[in-house]
Design a protein around this ligand. Structure first.
Ligand code: TXA
Ligand code: MG
Length: 361
């Protein structure tokens, strides 16, 4: 179910987040900050950059403004939002109660791309979808934090239409939300390109609800214990993980990493093209396709680029995107999670390469 109510139409303006100072460094642009703050204090959601992906932000304490977020991005109402804060006074204002584990993780990773699900003492059902927990994070992005310091805690999901890949460029957000928001703040390409890691930190052990830019290995090194996976079907599981996500229009087929995938990969590409489909590949193994993107050796670089490539290949009108996966270590775990959600067909690494999901050709 999506929120009902009017969907206002706007002339969407793109403004730069940063300006150059006399000394050649950059700082949040005062005019853009003022404009963003004005819309937000009037209860109108806008698109802002963070260090992970662009977010569709509204003041967390403003119920109507937050409801408008759900309408604008056509988000199911049972999928709660992350509240972005810049300090302990703001955490208190949204009723977030940090457990000792949450405090330890916040100390180590904030500001940064880590979201903590903690107990909540406030009643903000429009943000939490009625759960008794709340997801909070202190973003490291200079424009986002300057804005939050000025206007208070901001609820912000990724600034895409529900189900599409998260925006890593202002133009991606504008593509999805043009006419639905008055302002998109443009900070260029973002540092991570994958969303924050979501950890349930209510107990003594961290539970990984969504892999993201902070890796499980980094979290384990910090708290000296293994990160646990949520029990499938448990209430602890992040509601957002129930939905199919990150899907471009083109069909994504996912292959195991490594040279052993090459023959199947090339066969599929050949057969698809022979049947008249336009095919793209993101892979190490060089295959004959309409658009070939070499897989970057650096997984963080892949994280920064992946969502943008999925969108750009859609723009080029390809029918299929064949992707060679990466190892599930480090940020590779988040990348594989997103690819598995986007894929209509996933090949196993078994010798016969059977499809784990989806039909065969
Ligand atoms: O990097 C990010 O996290 C970006 C930027 C804008 O901060 N935001 C983002 O928000 O990815 P969104 O709404 O696309 O994803 C938030 C995730 C969803 O999977 C949601 O279900 C989960 O966090 N979540 C929010 N509140 C929760 C809660 N109380 N308990 C469990 N999961 C929660
Ligand atoms: Mg999202």
């Amino acid at each position: 179910m999506n929120a009902s109510g009017p969907l206002l139409r706007w002339e969407t303006q793109l403004l730069d987040a940063f300006e150059l100072t006399g000394s050649g460094s950059h700082q949040p642009c005062p005019a853009t900050l003022a404009c963003a703050a004005t819309w937000l204090t009037q209860g109108v959601p806008i698109v802002i950059p963070t260090e992970t992906v662009y977010g569709l932000a509204a003041p967390a304490l403003d119920r109507e403004a937050v409801r408008a977020i759900f309408r604008i991005k056509q988000r199911p109402l049972d999928n709660p939002l992350i509240v972005h804060v810049t300090g302990s006074a703001q955490l208190e204002s949204v009723g977030a109660q940090l457990s000792p584990l949450a405090a330890q993780l916040a100390q180590a990773f904030w500001p940064g791309p880590l979201t903590l699900v903690v107990a909540s003492q406030a009643s903000l059902p429009w943000v939490t979808a009625g759960l008794d927990s709340i997801a909070v994070r202190h973003p490291a992005h200079e424009f986002a934090s300057a804005l939050i310091r000025r206007v208070g805690p901001l609820a912000a999901p990724s600034a895409n239409l529900s189900g599409l890949p998260s925006p890593t460029r202002a133009l991606h957000a504008a593509h999805d939300l043009r006419g639905r928001v008055p302002l998109v703040v443009d900070a260029g390409d973002l540092e991570h390109g994958v969303e924050s890691t979501v950890i349930d930190a209510r107990g003594d052990t961290p539970i990984l609800l969504r892999p993201g830019a902070v890796t499980a290995e980094e979290l384990e090194a910090c708290c000296g214990q293994k990160v646990r996976m949520p029990v499938v079907g448990s209430v602890a599981r992040s509601p957002g993980m129930r939905y199919r996500h990150y899907s471009p229009r083109a069909e994504v087929w996912l292959y195991p990493p490594g040279a052993s995938s090459a023959p199947r990969f090339s066969d599929d590409a050949r057969q698809l093209r022979a049947s008249g489909r336009r095919v793209a590949a993101i892979a190490n193994c060089r295959v004959e396709v309409d658009h070939f993107i070499p897989l970057p050796a650096d997984t963080r670089e892949l994280g920064r680029r992946l969502f943008g490539w999925l969108r750009e290949l859609d723009e080029l009108g390809v029918d299929h995107i064949l992707v060679e996966g990466v190892s599930g270590l480090g940020v590779g775990r988040a990348i594989m999670d997103r690819l598995e959600r986007a894929a209509s067909r996933i090949h196993s690494s078994e010798p016969d390469g059977a499809a784990l999901r989806g039909s065969t050709l």
